[in-house]
Write a protein that binds this ligand. Structure first.
Ligand SMILES: NC(=O)c1ccc[n+]([C@@H]2O[C@H](COP(=O)([O-])OP(=O)(O)OC[C@H]3O[C@@H](n4cnc5c(N)ncnc54)[C@H](OP(=O)(O)O)[C@@H]3O)[C@@H](O)[C@H]2O)c1
Length: 243
């Protein structure tokens, strides 16, 4: 089967306004792909050939099926969905700055929104000769962090969802890929963490992994996590608890 990015195609990319998503956006447009980019700040994206910004708040879950159906009707060549949008509230639950509405939005954006986008597009994507769905997960899906329990849980949930989805799609050519990222230098991680890799490096690794039709793309330090989970799970838990 050919790489989903072998020929110019149409891609729905969430999270394209910042961090890893922005780096993916630049590279996908440079390669001649058409990118549909739903985000709250979509209007601030620079005008570029092939880019279709769509102002959307993906925590508005009931609106997602209609949004996705409209994008598909306007762009029937759509063959790839990349779920990169997420938010992380890295604070103790007892911190008054952590409002219930923040937690609702975190769970909605990180887990329910990718599921709803997937559901709306799945039948179409399964019919494509080189379709793909990519979900950006995290090492925190394997070992959660102390101050970010809900974020870690959404990434573990997204990881589990991606495995189930791969089974549901296995009779079709659809590539279903989970991307396990280490700490990446983006606005999400501003002011915390050490040993971050640049967002550009993460984006390059993701695109290389798609080109190779990898079902799991582990980037940087995340490559060691399966072995650590098997051989030294206590060490893994200690390392990522304070991530
Ligand atoms: N950075 C890391 O260390 C790291 C590590 C592991 C995994 N990841 C994962 O990699 C992905 C990208 O992370 P990042 O660090 O690049 O994040 P980021 O720079 O903080 O960007 C987050 C993106 O999510 C979008 N977003 C936030 N709230 C939204 C909403 N309500 N509706 C629509 N879009 C919304 C933002 O767009 P608008 O604000 O324009 O809406 C933005 O484009 C995420 O899935 C993250 O969980 C990151």
């Amino acid at each position: 089967m050919s790489s989903p990015l072998a020929r110019p195609t149409t891609i729905l990319l969430t999270g394209a306004t910042s961090g890893i998503g922005a780096e993916l956006l630049t590279r996908l447009l440079d390669a001649g792909h058409t990118v549909l980019a739903p985000a709250r700040r979509a209007a601030h994206l620079p005008a570029r050939a092939g880019l279709h910004p769509v102002t959307a708040d993906l925590t508005d879950l009931p609106a997602i099926p209609t949004l996705a159906a409209g994008l598909l009707a306007d762009h029937p060549a759509l063959s790839i969905l990349i779920n990169a949008a997420a938010v992380q509230h890295a604070r103790p639950l007892t911190d008054p700055a952590t409002r219930p509405t923040d937690l609702i939005a975190e769970a909605a954006l990180n887990l329910a929104a990718p599921a709803l986008l997937t559901q709306a597009l799945l039948a179409h994507l399964m019919r494509q000769p080189a379709g793909a769905i990519l979900n950006l997960s995290s090492g925190l899906a394997i070992f959660p962090k102390e101050q970010g329990g809900l974020y870690s849980a959404t990434k573990a949930g997204l990881s589990s969802f991606t495995t189930s989805l791969r089974w549901q799609a296995e009779a079709s050519p659809l590539l279903v890929t989970e991307v396990l990222l280490p700490l990446v230098d983006t606005p999400m991680t501003a002011g915390r963490g050490r040993g971050k890799i640049p967002a550009a490096t993460a984006a390059e690794a993701i695109l290389t992994g798609i080109a190779a039709r990898r079902t799991v793309i582990r980037v940087g330090a995340a490559r060691a996590l399966p072995l650590i989970r098997t051989l030294a799970p206590g060490l893994g838990a200690r390392l990522l608890r304070g991530a």
